[in-house]
Design a binder for this molecule. Structure first.
Ligand SMILES: [Cu+2]
Length: 204
């Protein structure tokens, strides 16, 4: 009687609860063995990770400590609020290509400078210098039918002009940058300004 009573109960309880529970607990029992081995593996893995991290730290800490603090310390006193280092040389190199003036932005110390202009492109370029009034929206100068902006427009204040430079050729000329402020070095050959061929030069 008790056997027949327990038998129908077991199959009833098995499908709903024991079945899902059993497979879950089954791996847990051997899981102890696996856990023990797993702990060993984990310990080994942790040790390996610790080694790798230690090696990685020593490896990465060297360039970080070497390069990190050095430029930060150099930048802070040299450039001050500016992010880029101040260019203090008397000669400023510029490279003209289609359609870019490189560097596209540079911070330079005030003074009389010598522009070293190289045309690295495949067509003629020029490099004009303007010291526009603060009210001038330099990036949106109106251009005429010839796709050039008016170099004599009020407030543009042209500082320096120069002949066109042939591809592969260079040009050197002096420029007065003794007055601090924002200057723009630009190529105003047809269409070149609109294509972004200018550089922002900040004089400190
Ligand atoms: Cu140009």
């Amino acid at each position: 009687m008790t056997v027949t009573e327990t038998r129908p109960i077991e199959p009833e309880s098995l499908p709903p609860l024991p079945d899902p529970v059993a497979p879950e607990r089954a791996p847990r029992a051997p899981g102890w063995v696996g856990a023990a081995a797993g702990l060993g593996i984990v310990a080994l893995a942790v040790a390996l990770v610790a080694l790798v991290v230690a090696l990685g730290n020593t490896g990465s800490s060297r360039p970080l400590s070497a390069s990190g603090p050095a430029p930060a310390a150099a930048n802070a006193p040299a450039a001050g609020p500016a992010a880029a280092p101040l260019f203090t040389a008397a000669e400023i190199p510029f490279t003209l290509t289609e359609f870019k003036v490189s560097p596209t932005a540079i911070d330079v110390s005030a003074g009389t400078k010598t522009l070293q202009i190289a045309n690295g492109g495949t067509v003629q370029h020029e490099l004009l210098v303007f010291h526009p009034d603060a009210s001038v929206d330099w990036a949106n100068l109106p251009v005429g039918p010839d796709s050039r902006f008016n170099e004599d427009a009020p407030g543009l204040n042209q500082v320096s002009d120069g002949d066109n430079v042939d591809p592969g050729q260079s040009q050197s000329r002096q420029i007065d940058l003794t007055q601090p402020g924002t200057y723009y070095f630009v190529c105003n050959l047809p269409g070149h300004y609109k294509l972004g061929m200018w550089s922002k030069v900040t004089v400190h």
